[in-house]
Design a protein around this ligand. Structure first.
Ligand code: 5GP
Ligand code: ZN
Length: 150
């Protein structure tokens, strides 16, 4: 679902820390910038090279972000992640994107993490999988499909 672009919040409308970074009101270690997207090093890195990719416009979560802007972020992720991997010697990386406090989102400006990984880096990444049953899947397909038609 895409948000109304007229509802975009400018840096002056919010105390958002990432809007302040976009506006140059607080510094960042910038990796990449274009008209719509900014990438910079995370101030609390989980691993060497951990960085963020954000849209310059303020949207709180990815489902509130216009699809083309989310796509522009994805293109930057593809480009920056390769450069980060080459620079750090990472043998892999996670792209992480949290939505809502319950998911762990602390900064309410939509963003993607690029987290370089090395063998035995101790970061881990395993969630306990459940089991999908046919009836549950059918219910979900109907409910989600209805949302996609809107
Ligand atoms: P979240 O938990 O919202 O997905 O992740 C927010 C990320 O933003 C965290 O990894 C945190 O270290 C990073 N962060 C928070 N404030 C700043 C800041 O002022 N500058 C930079 N570069 N990163 C920040
Ligand atoms: Zn913001």
């Amino acid at each position: 679902m895409n948000a109304d672009p007229s509802k975009t919040i400018t840096p002056h409308d919010t105390g958002c820390i990432f809007c302040k970074i976009v506006a140059g009101q607080i510094p960042c270690h910038k990796l990449y910038e274009d008209e719509r997207v900014l990438s910079f090093l995370d101030i609390g890195p989980l691993s060497r090279g951990h960085c963020l990719v954000i849209p310059k416009a303020h949207y709180e979560t990815i489902d509130a972000t216009p699809g083309d802007l989310a796509g522009a972020c994805a293109a930057v992720i593809a480009r920056v992640s390769g450069a980060v991997r080459a620079a750090t010697g990472a043998t892999g990386f996670n792209v992480l994107q949290n939505n809502g406090a319950v998911s762990g989102q602390e900064v309410a400006h939509m963003h993607f993490h690029i987290i370089p990984r090395q063998a035995n880096d101790g970061l881990g990444y395993r969630w306990l999988p459940g089991k999908l049953d046919a009836a549950g899947a059918a219910t979900l397909i109907k409910a989600i499909g209805a949302g996609l038609e809107r």
